[in-house]
Design a protein. Structure first.
Length: 317
């Protein structure tokens, strides 16, 4: 992907929010229904519990409203809504217009489906819209994977869950926060992770693991090169929360200590498009990211897709 052109109008994140269902499904709960146990799930995935329930629209409205309130932006001032999701509540229409209506927005709204890379795809797209003149955008990542998960399959049931995260992006003078980005896809790997219309998630776990680490590292490296920064300069990594072993291996190959990674997978599971914004909101809520920090967002997903972005938190001074 090309580097950001000099003089492009920039943006900064001014608000964020998160939403997860109330129902908690623990590893102990899964032991009652499938041939598995807490030690097996935890050692292989890092997941201890996950949240299930709700709708894509409902969770999106909740996280979006939090982000708007935190930013102090009047909903009427939002110029566009981008919703990253693989699980719209209906095949037609997209879920974003329904979210737009329930949040009281008066703007264009569209869905983006890049699987677990979706939020970063949407965030980069939003920066592009601001470069073309938009002033304020709401970007949401939400998935309700529980309804397309086979809860009798020990290979996928422990992994997937429901959740949503959102950010408000506002135009700023100067280059803003986005220093470098990369979006990628390899359609030849589609067969390793997919869900047919009306079906359930099918996954070749070993092949996904093998490819995921490689494409995450490749995408992150490209973004750092575009941004002109090194791994040593990264203050915080917000990875897709798919599997703790994938996150650990990717960080190791990038030369970034795992201690710099935002980890919520133990209590949220894999929420696909909701994964990165949920982890980002968690780090911000716990004051782990400070103005001036270099933040790497990086993920992979079905498709197979990959996406990453380097942000200078608070923008470039």
């Amino acid at each position: 992907m090309p580097a950001i052109r000099p003089g492009a109008h920039g943006a900064v994140i001014t608000g964020w929010g998160s939403a997860v269902p109330d129902t908690v499904v623990t590893n102990a709960d899964l032991e009652k229904t499938i041939d598995t146990n807490d030690e097996w799930i935890t050692s292989r995935t890092g997941i201890k519990e996950r949240r299930v329930g709700g709708t894509t629209v409902g969770l999106s409205v909740e996280s979006g409203r939090q982000a708007l309130e935190r930013s102090g932006v009047d909903p009427a001032a939002i110029d566009g809504l981008i919703l990253a999701t693989t699980t719209p509540d209906r095949v037609v229409p997209a879920s974003s217009p329904v979210v737009q209506d329930q949040l009281g927005l008066s703007c264009g709204a569209f869905d983006v489906n890049a699987a677990c890379s979706g939020f970063v795809y949407a965030l980069v797209t939003a920066h592009g819209l601001i470069a073309m003149g938009a002033e304020k955008l709401l970007v949401i990542g939400t998935d309700t994977l529980a309804r397309i998960t086979d809860w009798t399959d020990r290979g996928t049931a422990p992994l997937f869950a429901d959740g949503s995260g959102a950010v408000v992006l506002e135009a700023t003078e100067g280059p803003g926060q986005l220093l470098g980005w990369d979006l990628d896809a390899d359609g030849s790997a589609e067969k390793f992770l997919y869900c047919d219309v009306g079906g359930l998630i099918m996954m070749d776990g070993k092949e996904v693991f093998r490819r995921a680490v490689r494409i995450m590292v490749d995408s992150a490296t490209k973004s750092m090169q575009h941004a002109g920064v090194t791994a040593e300069e990264i203050s915080h990594v917000v990875p897709h929360q798919a599997n703790i072993r994938i996150i650990s291996a990717a960080c190791d190959r990038l030369g970034i200590p795992l201690e710099k990674a935002s980890l919520t997978i133990h209590r949220t599971g894999n929420t696909s498009s909701g994964s990165i914004p949920l982890a980002l909101a968690d780090s911000l809520d716990n004051s782990k990211i400070a103005p001036g920090d270099l933040v790497l967002l990086v993920g992979f997903g079905a498709g197979m897709t990959a996406a990453s972005a380097i942000l200078r938190w608070g923008g470039v001074s």
